[in-house]
Design a protein around this ligand. Structure first.
Ligand code: IMP
Ligand code: MG
Length: 197
């Protein structure tokens, strides 16, 4: 209780949202700046190509929204949603598409937008699936990269930040569905965070 009051005092404008939040790793301002830089690069690389930006719900919500709004080219957007089959298949990154893309992507330029890549297992499985649909191109844009945990190599074209091997929340990243709506990226207090993965 005492600690909760401390974070509420340090981050008064965030009210109860700040309860349990520890160190801020990436501020709103740094996020805004970096997303704008990535959008600038994407706008230049994809001019005239009408790319389809594909994301996995729900973590990518904020990044996708801010990225799309900062693009200066025509672009479309779609989402997929996945769930793991079972603990064993999960370890191999196998997933079931709970929500698929709305339209075929054959011949289209696909930019896969992801919030965080950790082991890379899930993403690798999804990318193979999308690749089998014969897009004209398929590239990866990730905001947060955790390189120390990687089990499968993922070619990344656009990257926001490298993160240490710590569990973070905010800007779309959740802990048990909470803290997604923090506008910055932060660690949780140890007493709030219990091992999740
Ligand atoms: P992986 O790359 O297959 O290991 O899976 C990455 C997924 O794990 C992401 O899409 C997130 O849902 C989750 N994840 C990994 N690191 C974090 C974190 O620091 N905070 C919140 N979720 C995370
Ligand atoms: Mg995700």
């Amino acid at each position: 209780m005492k600690d909760r009051n401390v974070s509420a005092r340090l981050l008064p404008e965030y009210g109860e949202l700040a309860e349990g939040v520890g160190e801020i790793l990436i501020s709103e301002e740094r996020l805004r700046q970096r997303v704008a830089e990535i959008a600038h690069q994407v706008s230049s690389d994809y001019a005239g190509l009408n790319p389809l930006l594909v994301g996995v719900l729900k973590g990518v919500l904020f990044f996708m929204s801010d990225l799309l709004q900062s693009l200066t080219i025509q672009a479309e957007n779609d989402f997929i949603a996945v769930s793991s089959y079972s603990p064993e298949t999960r370890q191999r990154g196998m997933v079931r598409f709970v929500k698929d893309l709305e339209a075929p992507i054959e011949g289209r330029h696909i930019l896969f937008v992801e919030d965080v890549i950790d082991t890379g297992l899930t993403l690798s499985y999804i990318l193979n699936n999308l690749r089998s649909r014969r897009p004209a191109s398929l590239e990866v844009c990730v905001l947060f990269n955790k390189p120390n945990h990687r089990l499968i190599e993922i070619p990344i074209k656009y990257k926001g930040f490298d993160l240490p091997d710590r569990f973070v929340v905010g800007y779309g990243l959740d802990y048990r569905e909470k803290f997604r709506n923090l506008p910055f990226v932060a660690l949780l207090k140890p007493e709030v965070f219990q091992e999740v993965k």
